[in-house]
Design a protein. Sequence first.
Length: 88
Amino acid sequence: MDRSGRTLHGALLDAELLAEVYINMTRGQNSLMIDIETPAQRSGPTLASDFSGLDLPVLWATPHDIAAHETILTELDKASGGKTVWTR
């Protein structure tokens, strides 16, 4: 069911779309239970990842980035009436 051209936004339409997504994602699944296995119960090889050779760059915030972030935090604090957690 394609709703891309719909002009009405409503909870019923959203629920129908969500139901379709759920059905498509769980096709062939007979239960909502998730089997939790301990490592000893697993059958098959355990894949290990070696990240020691990975050299990730550190991207530091610029003074402009920091100022923009502070501005947003200040605006959020004002909008909440001074109830933000980070100002305490």
